[in-house]
Design a protein around this ligand. Structure first.
Ligand code: HMG
Length: 432
């Protein structure tokens, strides 16, 4: 396999996973001719100690810090929250904070933490008979699963139902056995995967079929969270510093929402905007944000057409009402949240006691993030605010020193031109 570099010796990566971090860093340094500064990047410990990182994933050679910040102004179910976010994109945190500031606060709801485990059964002679047999033994099967995780049972969780679907493709019929489990404050993957593996042999015995996959489903349709917020016409008019009146902003956002309903090409980016906020809080709290992403976009298509995860309307006073409803799967026990020091710090800042409360917060951030994007996209345009915040990055890219960055950024925003070329031009002027 061509690794794209002509001097690398692949043999030095043999057994890489068995080596100490320091050895792995030395191998990389040698094989890729790393400079002293590049080597220092690998050996620099961050808030995540190497000893912890080395237990979290394999082949660790360093850590990869992200900007870690907090969104402000959030009032959710009448409670004030400062919300940690970790993300590389400018303007996301400012946008969420501003959306929260000009809202009337967020009201939320959340389902019980019911997750789905799937068992795939193939090579069955009579699918209907096999389905009926499993259903006939449901109680016995659920009792079998209960024994797997007594701790979950102690906290009021455990298996709640067993459903069987007959699926068919060109190779014939197969069964999908869905095990529904209340996983309480866990994300649930470990518990569910153990339970489905435990149940599979019994299912094979009953159906004379062959169980292939036993795994959690990330389309967590029974574990959703909802949030709702009102943005008044006055607040909306004020947020554009008088450039648009409130009614115009409400109509503009409703038209932006219409566009997402009308075409999947817009709905995809509409939902990406939601996930900007959701992923940032998920990363800051040590969650599996890929599970959330998969579930969100799958749920967006669940009714047959990929659609926006939020909806907007006007109340009787002409104010804007925003709502969001989506699977929100996370845990506050187990996983990285217990071992990553900054995830622990985020939980302390949030002061949450249950996975449900965290889900209600995160889904509110998703709604806020989406509103913020629609507000600017449908009025002044994204670039003004985005580039104002991005201007500092552009100034740095153009070579501005610490003392010059703010001056160059301010002059670019004033000139309404944020680009590397403009930054270099301004640098030339101020350095004369
Ligand atoms: P503004 O009106 O110039 O802000 O908007 P402001 O200076 O009047 O400040 C208002 C509030 O915003 C502040 O309140 C802060 O809460 C916050 P204050 O504390 O002053 O009482 N704020 C900031 N917070 C932290 N750092 C800052 C900062 N500046 C303001 N530097 C703003 C500026 C960026 C808020 C506005 O232009 C905005 O909301 N833009 C939206 C940008 C956005 O949505 N970015 C997300 C990434 S792009 C994205 O989502 C992908 C996308 O494709 C999704 C889609 O298509 O739907 C767009």
């Amino acid at each position: 396999m061509d690794f794209g570099v002509d001097y690398m010796d692949k043999k030095s990566f043999a057994g890489f996973y068995k080596k100490e971090i320091k050895e792995r860093q030395e191998i990389l340094a040698k094989e890729f001719d790393l400079s002293k500064d590049e080597k220092a990047l690998l050996s620099k410990e961050s808030a995540l100690p190497f000893s912890v990182a080395n237990r979290m994933i394999e082949n660790v050679v360093g850590t990869f810090p992200l900007p870690y910040s907090v969104a402000t102004n959030f009032v959710i179910d009448g409670k004030d929250y400062i919300i940690p976010m970790a993300i590389e994109e400018p303007s996301v945190v400012a946008a969420a904070s501003n959306a929260a500031k000009i809202s009337n606060g967020f009201e939320t709801a959340a389902d019980e933490p019911i997750m789905i485990g799937q068992i795939q059964v193939i090579n069955i002679k009579d699918a209907e008979h096999a389905k009926n047999t499993i259903e006939h033994h449901k109680t016995e099967l659920l009792e079998l699963v209960e024994k797997v995780d007594p701790v979950l049972i102690k906290f009021g969780g455990g298996p709640k139902d067993l459903q069987v679907n007959i699926l068919e493709d060109e190779k014939g019929k197969m069964l999908e056995v869905q095990l529904l489990v209340d996983v309480r404050d866990a994300m649930g993957a470990n518990a569910i995967n153990t339970m489905t593996e435990k149940l599979a042999p019994k299912i094979e015995e009953l159906t004379k079929g062959k169980a292939i996959l036993k795994i959690i489903s990330n389309l967590a349709i029974y574990r959703r969270a909802q949030a709702k917020a009102v943005w008044t016409k006055d607040a909306l008019g004020g947020s554009t510093k008088g450039k648009f009146n409130g009614e115009e902003v409400v109509e503009a956002i409703l038209n932006a929402y219409r566009f997402a309903v009308a075409t999947q090409f817009r709905a995809t980016t509409h939902n990406k905007g939601i996930m900007n906020g959701i992923d940032a809080v998920m990363i800051a709290t040590g969650q599996d944000f890929r599970a959330i992403e998969a579930g969100a976009h799958s749920f967006a298509a669940y009714k047959g057409k990929y659609s926006p995860l939020t909806k907007y309307s006007k109340d009787k006073d002409g104010n804007l009402v925003g709502e969001i409803d989506m699977p929100l799967v996370l845990g506050i026990v187990g996983g990285a949240i217990k071992v990553h020091p900054l995830a622990q710090l985020s939980m302390k800042i949030l002061g949450v006691k249950t996975a449900e409360e965290l889900a209600r917060i995160i889904v509110s951030v998703g709604l806020a993030q989406n509103f913020a994007a629609l507000r600017v996209l449908s009025t002044e345009g994204l670039q003004k605010g985005h580039m104002r915040l991005h201007a500092k990055n552009i100034a740095v890219q153009a070579g501005a020193t610490k003392e010059e960055i703010d001056i160059v950024a301010a002059k670019m925003v004033e000139a309404k031109e944020v680009s590397q070329g403009k930054a270099e031009e301004i640098l030339g002027e101020i350095r004369k």
